[in-house]
Design a protein around this ligand. Sequence first.
Ligand SMILES: Cc1cc2nc3c(=O)[nH]c(=O)nc-3n(C[C@H](O)[C@H](O)[C@H](O)COP(=O)(O)OP(=O)(O)OC[C@H]3O[C@@H](n4cnc5c(N)ncnc54)[C@H](O)[C@@H]3O)c2cc1C
Length: 334
Amino acid sequence: MGINDKILVFVDLPGGELDETGKGLLSYGARLAVTVGATWGVAVAVTPDSGQLAAFGSYGTPNVTCMTAGKTLLDTPALLGKNLAALAVEQAATMILLPHNDLGSTLAPVVAHALDAAIMTELVTVRQSADGVRLSRRALGVQIAETRVWDGKRPLVATIPPRALSQVIMPTVRPTSPTVAAWRSAVPLSGAAATIIGRIPPDPQTVDLTDAEVIFSAGKGCDPDTFEQLKELCKLLNVSFGVTRPVYDLGWTGFERMVGQTGRTVTPRLYVALGISGSMHHVGGIKDSRRIVAINSDSKAPIFPNVDEGFVGDLKEVLPRLLEQVRAGIGGGP
Ligand SMILES: Cc1cc2nc3c(=O)[nH]c(=O)nc-3n(C[C@H](O)[C@H](O)[C@H](O)COP(=O)(O)OP(=O)(O)OC[C@H]3O[C@@H](n4cnc5c(N)ncnc54)[C@H](O)[C@@H]3O)c2cc1C
């Protein structure tokens, strides 16, 4: 790839918000453009407001193309995919980046088919090599690690898993005021075989822990009282709940809540370990979390060298205070 190549990053703005995945994609796009020496730009199906445009600019986004008829397109991913492909052709984009979420993984095969492009799902790293661009992916709950070479002769459609995305703005990125252009649909807005009429987001209380975004986990340092307080905290914060093996062994939860070597391997953006010592059997299952925070009464607990942020504290004191603050924060407090 080189200066004549363009990376088109599709940011889906769910609910009109530039969420963490969107910011992560911008950061990824900016870094990738430098790595492969290409130019880049963003496509959206929702007209961004001034705040969102400023956020796009902070990631160095040079230009944003707004697909008109956004709502129709977002409700009919097949049409959105065809339009994205048409836009990619018009902009001579050689690489199309999508989030590996529900929408992105639906769009990817449609765009790839329309462009007769190569496709790589759950892409993690990209680097230039003598024989082409090397693309590595970790798929199927990270059971598969695979590297492929892309020769660049045909376009590439790639999805990036949210767990591989970081919202960090690289120090080398220069903020921009992105140019904004409206793009009228090139593909007839009819003839979709299926239209989305409803979507239920996953419930953090019941979602499989391998898909959970935020997990608070209880270890043996919890007694029955703090365990119940932690469960309530998870409900109030709408986050997922996990446990260590000794807690599972006590019969306090089902096996599906256990995290670690025998339990679930998790990759949330935030993992909070409460009263967990940090045995290798547990840490092995959480180490790919984007951010790990721990609270433990023992300052020498082995969990601490494995976390981003650690607090020495007694759960019997910390949890009631946390609960009180959260209840007050959401208006349910005394
Ligand atoms: C083959 C094998 C597979 C295993 N698989 C798993 C697995 O999948 N998942 C798993 O979790 N374990 C697994 N284990 C068990 C693992 O080795 C550890 O025994 C377990 O992870 C320890 O759990 P824990 O941290 O909750 O308990 P402990 O090691 O007992 O730690 C409790 C921690 O709580 C702290 N604490 C105590 N009171 C308080 C308080 N009031 N406030 C704050 N902190 C407090 C203590 O300082 C301590 O660090 C496996 C073991 C084997 C042999």
